[in-house]
Design a binder for this molecule. Structure first.
Ligand code: XMP
Length: 500
């Protein structure tokens, strides 16, 4: 029996709903309805919990090679968000990026690098330069601390002194130490009392077991909102693909990555379900974000496979051409809403919260507000961060304005690297079909300033909605659908803008 056979049994067309009453919406189709408010934007709480982390700034940076490498991940975690390191580079280089984030700041440095008393001043200088540190403990062959050498000790050394042993320059006698287990508050008092910058911690046998530095303590005081792990280090996630999942996961876990993101353009697939299962089997305690999906069935499949967080969005990204090339995708507000509803139901069934990350298409702080009202638990951004100082790449001067490169991971340029399997191409001898463009975005200055603007916008939206926290925004805020005329009215209109 063929589909054209007039005698075939009647089956309802699966697109009946689409042409009946269902229509998918995106950010510009809706607005938040201002509601009764007793909250001030300065007082609202923007904290979210996702991927085992508490984020005071509910933003993740996209795993893209023009967005997230170690410098941006460090800067975003310091502002209370978290970065996802891209995977368009070798496993070793991605691990090195995790390591750089983890070493950027500590509560207590657990295994501080040290030198043997026989090392020379030149060895010490080389080590301090390589690890970007201003001092190094000196330990004997049994690991017992015998001194510490800091920049101060070597500042005015002559060229002829570089071959001499570090013991001639270090502070040895009268070195201030504290016992293993000393807390940060107590350490601050000791550092202050002795006017020193570094406090080595030693065990009962005098062996070096930790180091607390003024620099790390100051960083914590300056940015109390930072996203930190239990050892006071900045948190970071990393992307893995389906083709190299076990190898990459093993290496990233060895570097203490905080969570993984299975990074594909289409997550409702056998490959992604199997990749989630592989990680959960080998590393049951590791938090896995999986995606991307845009339907309740997609959420269901990934949750069933064991994903802890679901990432939502197909074709919404500012550099995406998936919807043009493949004709597939879902306007992002509908994707967020449907997936969030499904995640709530599934979460209730499994007795756990199943958060979703809205990924792609967010180009204003207002879009961030709308994503939360649609049900998102956090928002992933690429375009918005690609122009900041900490993003990879140099500034370009074009027509008097400063720009930075921003390209899709499915663009021809990015797929020459390791990103091709994100799009299910480049495997088995198939030719790459680009699903993204290579572009540039306006230079946006330091990340901290931009994030403060974005979160300022989110706070303002929460004020209009009367939402004291993100849960109120997700559950109690109304959206209204607007027309093209409404959208025109939303932007500055009937004026010649002189200052943006
Ligand atoms: P924004 O809107 O922030 O979106 O630029 C970033 C998200 O877009 C996805 N992405 C792509 N999607 N082709 C696509 O269809 C691409 O080349 C591409 N590169 C990135 C990804 O989910 C990212 O987080």
């Amino acid at each position: 029996m063929t589909d054209h056979d007039q005698t075939a049994a009647y089956r309802p067309n699966p697109n009946h709903d689409l042409f009946g009453h269902h229509e998918a919406l995106t950010f510009d189709d809706v607005l938040v309805v201002p509601g009764w408010s007793e909250v001030l934007p300065t007082e609202v709480d923007t904290t979210t919990e996702i991927a085992g982390l508490v984020l005071r700034t509910p933003l993740l940076s996209a795993a893209m090679d023009t967005v997230t490498e170690a410098p941006l991940a460090v800067a975003l975690a310091r502002e209370g968000g978290v970065g996802v390191l891209h995977r368009n580079l070798s496993v070793e280089d991605q691990v090195d990026n995790v390591d750089r984030v983890k070493r950027a700041q500590s509560g207590m440095i657990d295994h501080p690098v040290s030198l043997n008393p026989r090392a020379t001043l030149a060895d010490a200088e080389a080590m301090m330069a390589r690890h970007k540190i201003s001092g190094v403990p000196i330990c004997d062959d049994d690991g017992r601390l015998v001194g510490i050498l800091t920049n101060r000790d070597v500042r005015f050394c002559g060229d002829d002194e570089y071959g001499r042993p570090v013991t001639e320059f270090m502070t040895g006698e009268g070195l201030v130490t504290a016992p293993e287990g000393t807390g940060l508050d107590e350490a601050v008092q000791i550092l202050h009392k002795h006017r020193i910058e570094k406090l080595p911690l030693v065990d009962a046998a005098g062996r070096l077991c930790g180091l607390i530095t003024v620099k790390d303590i100051v960083k914590r005081i300056e940015k109390p909102e930072s996203t930190l792990d239990e050892r006071g280090r900045l948190c970071v996630g990393a992307a893995v693909g389906v083709t190299d999942v076990a190898e990459r996961t093993e290496a990233l876990v060895g570097a203490d990555v905080d969570f993984l993101v299975i990074d594909t353009a289409h997550g409702h697939t056998r490959g992604v379900v199997d990749a989630v299962a592989t990680i959960k089997k080998g590393w049951p305690d590791l938090c896995v974000v999986a995606g991307n999906v845009v339907t309740r069935e997609g959420v269901e499949a990934l949750a069933e496979a064991g994903a802890d967080v679901i990432k939502v969005g197909v074709g919404a990204g500012s550099i995406c051409t998936t919807r043009i090339v493949a004709g597939a995708g879902m306007p992002q507000m509908s994707a967020i809403f449907d997936c969030a509803q499904a995640a709530r139901e599934i979460g209730r069934r499994y007795g756990r919260h199943l958060p979703i990350i809205a990924d792609g298409g967010v180009v204003t702080s207002g879009d961030i507000v709308k994503a939360f009202v649609g049900g998102a638990d956090a928002v992933m951004v690429g375009n918005l961060l690609a122009g900041v100082d900490e993003a990879p790449g140099d500034l370009e001067l074009v027509d008097g304005a400063m720009w930075k490169t921003y390209r899709g991971m499915g663009s021809a340029g990015a797929m020459r690297g390791r990103a091709a399997d994100r799009y299910g191409t480049g495997q088995g001898g198939h030719k790459h079909v680009a699903e993204g463009v290579e572009a540039r975005v306006r230079y946006a200055g330091p990340l901290a300033e931009l994030v403060s603007q974005l979160i300022g916008g989110l706070r303002s939206g929460m004020g209009y909605a009367g939402a004291a926290n993100l849960s109120d925004l997700q559950n109690r805020t109304r959206l209204v659908r607007i027309t093209g005329a409404g959208l025109r009215e939303s932007h500055p209109h009937d004026v010649d803008v002189t200052r943006d």
